[in-house]
Design a binder for this molecule. Structure first.
Ligand SMILES: [Zn+2]
Ligand SMILES: [Zn+2]
Length: 374
């Protein structure tokens, strides 16, 4: 039998056992080593996103391929050979390949009309049940992309590739179609402000620095996260316990940027008022990337005139497209000596403790917490 933590309704987690499935010829069964608790998981737990209960949460996984059907691919998406016993990362969302979005915008896998996502949209009452990472095993369909883990990368660090991919998508979207030398969008020498230093915020700071940002600033108020962010390339954190009002934070950002505001602002707090504030923190002609609101936590008034006057480009993003997980793994590999990725994992829980883990993540007591698999 396979143990899993099942979300049966709002804040209702039950530990259940499922039969170990028979593997279809084009599928695979993988043992879960580690599954990160995404910032969105506690929101799903609290009912901020409609999901088809019951589900097994968890999509930031490091897996060991345990049994591969005879027709399951023997290579990852980049062509690296894979065999049973290999460690892989999974792109949790997979697309249908047939709908109008898949045909006309194949680079936006994540917007597929019939797309599914492990740990979010797949009901675990249906066979073969194992569709989420808070479990001992996961069942892999051939549509879902896998990436082989590079030599020397631990399971916990590999599981950070998923949140990093979300942040990289933010930086990618801030590049295009800008001309960085003309002070448009993200590029070498630009200033970046990150609102919210959860795991994605900290990893996005590291990525921005690695990609040549001249300065990376952040806004947060949790001491452990602020301290950690300085190890990941953040130049200054504006602590909202010290700079208490939006006006005080704006004054500080203006001081740091010669009165201009930041070239790129990335909203990663998932709090509507933070998006409202971001509009004033972005320089005139700058880019504002909204990707903190994977779940629905409410609305906020916006003054459209400020957006016009400041000529801000606002880009909304939803999760990431499958190729970005490969970019994230590659970036971690290139910068492993520069940033202490393993230090981001501050809390570890067993599957039986999933309910407690979600509550503690909801209360923001941790940086990255993980569920340990089998
Ligand atoms: Zn995630
Ligand atoms: Zn589709």
């Amino acid at each position: 039998m396979v143990k899993a933590a099942v979300l049966k309704g709002v804040e209702q987690v039950e530990i259940m056992e499922f039969p170990k499935p028979k593997v279809a010829k084009d599928c695979a069964l993988a043992r879960v080593e580690v599954c990160g608790i995404c910032g969105s998981d506690p929101h799903i737990y609290q009912g901020h996103l409609p999901v088809p209960y019951p589900i097994i949460l968890g999509h930031e996984v490091s897996l060991i391929l345990e049994e591969m059907g005879p027709e399951y691919p023997r290579h990852d998406v980049l062509g690296n050979p894979v065999k049973e016993g290999d460690r892989v990362a999974l792109v949790p969302a997979y697309n249908c390949g047939k709908c109008v979005v898949c045909k006309l915008q194949p680079q936006r896998h994540n917007l597929c009309e019939k797309g599914e996502c492990y740990g979010v949209t797949l009901q675990c009452s249906k066979e073969p049940h194992l569709f989420g990472g808070y479990a001992e095993y996961m069942y892999l369909y051939p549509e879902a992309w896998i990436y082989k883990c590079p030599e020397g990368m631990s399971a916990e660090v590999l599981a950070l590739a998923d949140p990093l991919a979300v942040g990289l998508r933010g930086l990618d979207a801030a590049c295009s179609p800008g001309l960085p030398w003309a002070r448009e969008g993200f590029g070498v020498g630009k200033t970046v402000l990150i609102q919210g230093l959860g795991t994605i915020g900290i990893l996005t700071a590291a990525a921005a620095k690695a990609a040549g940002a001249s300065a990376v600033y952040a806004i947060d108020g949790v001491k452990s996260r602020i301290d950690m962010s300085y190890k990941f390339g953040v130049d200054e954190v504006i602590d909202f316990n010290e700079y208490k009002t939006p006006e005080e934070r704006l004054a500080r950002v203006n001081k740091l940027t010669n009165g201009m505001g930041c070239d790129v602002v990335i909203e990663l707090a998932g709090v509507p008022a933070v998006f409202q504030e971001a509009i004033n923190l972005t320089r005139r002609g700058g880019k504002l990337i909204e990707l903190g609101h994977y779940t629905d936590v409410g609305t906020i008034p916006i003054n459209p005139q400020v957006i016009s006057f400041r000529e801000i480009e606002i880009v909304g993003l939803w999760a990431y497209a499958a190729p970005e997980l490969g970019t994230a793994i590659s970036l971690i590999q290139q910068t492993m000596d520069r940033f202490p990725y393993a230090d981001l994992i501050t809390h570890r829980y067993h599957i039986d403790e999933a309910d407690q883990a979600l509550k503690e993540a909801r209360d923001r007591n941790c940086i990255k917490s993980v569920i340990l698999g089998k």
